[in-house]
Design a protein around this ligand. Structure first.
Ligand code: AMP
Ligand code: ZN
Length: 136
């Protein structure tokens, strides 16, 4: 299932060329063209799913397996000091391309990048209340 207007459908299926690290029947892994750091790559399924919640379980599991294997390869080849595996769902969460993708972002000591959030205060009682709200 492809989306004719989706840039990642076109890249993943080879209609638009990319700097490809890895390809199989289900995925293409290519270099991000707005990299956070040297080696920033994206794991992208060839079929169109908007986000993680639309992805079949088996494809989700395979994406994590690929991140483990290729993330280690990137880390070793580029002598990275760490690695962020990042995945955004929805514009509010920073997703800019509405086709599921997993970021592999190698990190280097003092690379000047920041991936994270500002921690806020919560009481243990409030945390229990929110957990109950989610569990329903
Ligand atoms: P997100 O904000 O999680 O949706 O990430 C989208 C990522 O796709 C960003 O890191 C962009 O730099 C990257 N990106 C957008 N268009 C392209 C493209 N044509 N080729 C490679 N990477 C892209
Ligand atoms: Zn797509």
């Amino acid at each position: 299932m492809k989306d004719a207007n989706c840039i990642f459908c076109k890249i993943a299926n080879g209609e638009i060329p990319s700097a490809t690290l890895y390809e199989d029947d289900v995925f293409r892994v290519f270099m991000d063209l707005g990299p956070a750091t040297k080696g920033h790559a994206l794991i992208v399924p060839k079929d169109h799913y908007n986000d993680l919640f639309e992805l079949p379980e088996e494809t989700a599991a395979s994406a994590i397996k690929l991140a483990k294997k290729l993330g280690a390869q990137i880390r070793d080849a580029l002598h990275a000091d760490g690695m962020n595996i990042v995945q955004n769902n929805g514009a509010a969460a920073g997703q800019t391309v509405a086709h599921f993708h997993l970021h592999m972002i190698p990190r280097y000591a003092d690379d000047g990048q920041k991936i994270g959030w500002q921690p806020r205060e919560i009481t243990p009682e409030k945390a229990v209340e929110i957990a109950a709200e989610i569990k329903g």
